[in-house]
Write a protein that binds this ligand. Sequence first.
Ligand code: NAP
Length: 237
Amino acid sequence: MKVLLLGASGATGRLVVTQLIQKKIAVKIVIREQSKIPVAFVDNKDIEILRGEIDKFDSQQVRGLIADCDAVVSCLGHNLSLKGMFGPPHRLVSHFVERVTEAANSYPIPKRLILMSTTAYTNAPLGETNSFKDKLILSLLRLLLPPHRDNMIAGDHLLNTLGPGSSVEWVAVRPDTLIDLNEVSEYDLYETRQRNPISDAGKTSRINVAHFMLELLTEEEIWQEWRYKTPVIYNRE
Ligand SMILES: NC(=O)c1ccc[n+]([C@@H]2O[C@H](COP(=O)([O-])OP(=O)(O)OC[C@H]3O[C@@H](n4cnc5c(N)ncnc54)[C@H](OP(=O)(O)O)[C@@H]3O)[C@@H](O)[C@H]2O)c1
């Protein structure tokens, strides 16, 4: 198996890469010229490192990227700086998701995609709702915060545009507030949100997100259980 991973220099992405190489799974990463990755990645023969601006890749280039990969993981996210939040590319995550799913469609053998999403994404077809106040807050965030809008569009593309049964199999993993822990700990997975992401957010450690993504990639039963779904992941309290 070979996995294409975007966001490998990020806090969660690098944990996914680390867990993949511990399992001797080949990884291809695309990072920016200035991105920093652990030295251990550079020296690891299981990691193919490409440098480039993923938002400038067209569908044809993305098609080339995934040609030798069975699965794609996006841990992309906008940097928490003024430039990262409000500067281009505003559609970093959603454009990548759109291009990769379009490109994957042209392969006869189904490719799999895991998106790092968020509990702020509402899975309406599953019956998730928001109170009037929360709807207002989420609408304002969508209007004013390009990264939030980007994550919502990416989720909508998988859930509503592709939907269940699409030839590209996908899972949108929804962590709550991200925290950093050194070790994998117990966590719970749910089809729908169990807590209010605005007024009662839970915690999810990045290492647990990485662990669940690895399980999705390597355990067929787990993939079959969660494909075409938007699992919510919380650390067990
Ligand atoms: N914060 C939370 O509580 C929370 C909760 C749920 C979900 N999420 C979502 O989870 C995702 C990942 O979170 P994280 O904390 O692991 O993110 P992170 O550490 O900020 O990593 C973001 C990754 O995206 C890359 N990136 C940023 N801008 C880019 C660009 N213009 N072109 C190419 N790559 C770019 C970064 O590369 P560089 O190293 O080059 O900058 C980095 O690899 C985000 O989408 C976030 O919205 C966050």
